[in-house]
Design a protein around this ligand. Structure first.
Ligand code: SAM
Length: 247
């Protein structure tokens, strides 16, 4: 996957590009990330990229032209037509479904805003999509862009070592993943659930399914909306309501 990023602070992307899974995806050639700074496309010697809003009011607005040229310079470096995404609190909320939808794109351009945001004409003429990482306001689009890059990188085929782990992950099957334990068996007086030590794979699978179901039911019941519960899940709910499930 090819990702171009328009940002006033390209150096910030070292945080994801030089560490962990994204850096491994880059090194293995699964992912290519290119950066462009709109200041390099400013029209004046002060490299100005923002101006006061028409109509007055507080703050500054990022001008369309330097951003457009930065995005175009990136697009010229890829052979496919990139989907251009502006990161904004006004965008559609990022969730696993949106990640799955975007990861099939050959190329993306992510535009990180600052100040009060970007000129509306860039949004309507040179962006295909708008994505928010949550109902709160950050000072810039760099962290949202990094969040999206990380979420995408781990869904690119071949990037995660164990494809099996994806199948059980939170949100993949419309539920949370549930509890994990590792050594030591006894930690500060608390032991690991017996079933996980039994070596009985079917029992372990069933324990995990119940743990996932319980956690989703207690924390995010809305994830079950829109799909019917199967017979096992109905039994889990009955057990939980009776207070009888300790997964
Ligand atoms: N005035 C804007 C508003 O009220 O919607 C907020 C602008 S914010 C201070 C500056 C930039 O940070 C935005 O242009 C956007 O790129 C980015 N940003 C802030 N919060 C975000 C969020 N929750 N999701 C995605 N991008 C965000």
């Amino acid at each position: 996957m090819w990702i171009g990023i328009v940002s006033l602070f390209p150096e910030m992307f070292r945080a994801v590009m030089q560490y962990g899974l994204v850096s491994r995806a880059l090194a293995a050639g699964h992912l290519d990330i290119r950066l462009a700074n709109p200041r390099d496309f400013a029209a004046d010697k002060h490299r100005t990229v923002d101006d006061a809003p028409y109509g007055g009011g507080p703050g500054q607005v990022m001008m369309a032209e330097p951003l457009a040229q930065a995005a175009e310079s990136l697009a010229a470096r890829t052979h496919t037509a990139p989907r251009r995404i502006y990161l904004t609190p006004e965008g559609r909320p990022l969730n696993q479904q949106v990640v799955e939808e975007l990861v099939v794109c050959d190329s993306l351009i992510l535009i990180a805003g600052h100040y009060e945001g970007i000129d509306e004409r860039l949004r309507t003429n040179a962006c295909d999509d708008e994505v928010s990482i949550g109902d709160y306001v950050l000072s810039g689009g760099e962290l949202p862009a990094m969040v999206l890059v990380d979420a995408l990188a781990r869904r690119i085929p071949g990037v995660l070592g164990n494809a099996e782990s994806l199948a059980h992950e939170s949100f993949t099957a419309g539920r949370l993943e549930g509890a994990h334990y590792t050594r030591p068996r006894l930690w500060r007086g608390e032991t690991v659930p017996e079933t996980l030590l039994s070596g009985d794979h079917a029992a372990v699978e069933s324990w995990r399914a119940r743990s996932a179901f319980k956690r989703t039911y207690e924390r995010r019941p809305e994830l079950f909306k829109g799909r019917p519960l199967d017979a096992h899940e109905t039994t889990f709910i009955e057990d939980l309501q009776k207070g009888g499930d300790h997964a």
